[in-house]
Design a protein around this ligand. Structure first.
Ligand SMILES: Cc1cc2nc3c(=O)[nH]c(=O)nc-3n(C[C@H](O)[C@H](O)[C@H](O)COP(=O)(O)O)c2cc1C
Length: 202
């Protein structure tokens, strides 16, 4: 007998990001977070390499990461960096109740790196869906820290590692279905029949 998981369809259909700076307390409890991370990790993964890590930043971790951002910003902009800029970088890390840094950590020589990147991206998407399923909200950002060699070094990343995203997580007063949304692709605009594709319609 075919079962349609209506609540899952509805939840996936109304997930949307809430801006990091608009996220409020509370963050998921430790027990909820364990379940969220279990769901997030349930991804297709060729050869079961698990090429991702979640760095969980609680308030102390966020403050420490913020300090790294402030110091790196000052190193990157020795002329312009003023205390207010450094403070803005500290606040970047602290803007939401919880911060999870998703690190892409490939196992070299086993399967193509592209596949491992896709697995890591799937974990990021699952994380957002799981956060939403538990009644919280989140936003996936990268911004300059994800691409900064100094930040990579401070986090002890290897040359092949990447920061896949900074996931800001918290609560939102507004129910998901009432939050401002952005235009979404219609199936017709992203799906194309084989014959049309072969005929050159891209
Ligand atoms: C890998 C990745 C990196 C992103 N980095 C940024 C960013 O640095 N700044 C930004 O404004 N949005 C960024 N976004 C987009 C935000 O996540 C945006 O809120 C999202 O696309 C909204 O769509 P949603 O409502 O379906 O979550 C990024 C998205 C992805 C997938």
């Amino acid at each position: 007998m075919k079962i349609i998981y209506k609540e899952m369809v509805e939840r996936m259909g109304n997930r949307r990001s809430v801006k990091a700076k608009e996220l409020q307390e509370p963050a998921p409890s430790p027990e909820e977070l364990t379940q969220i991370l279990t769901l997030a990790s349930r991804v297709p993964d060729h050869k079961k390499l698990v090429p991702f890590r979640f760095i969980l930043c609680d308030k102390a971790g966020q403050a420490a990461f913020g300090e790294l951002l402030a110091e790196q910003f000052a190193r990157n902009h020795p002329q312009e960096a003023k205390e207010k800029h450094k403070e803005a970088e500290r606040q970047r890390a602290l803007q939401a109740p919880l911060l999870i840094i998703l690190v892409y950590q490939p196992v070299l020589g086993k399967v193509p790196e592209w596949e491992q990147q896709l697995t890591c991206g799937a974990a990021g998407m699952n994380l957002l869906n799981a956060v939403h399923a538990f009644g919280y909200a989140g936003q996936w950002l990268t911004e300059w820290p994800a691409f900064d060699a100094g930040i990579h070094q401070s986090l002890g990343l290897r040359p092949e590692d990447k920061i896949a995203g900074l996931f800001y997580i918290g609560s939102s007063d507004t129910l998901a279905e009432f939050r401002e949304d952005r235009p979404r692709p219609e199936p017709d605009s992203v799906a194309i029949a084989w014959e049309a594709w072969q005929a050159g319609k891209r």
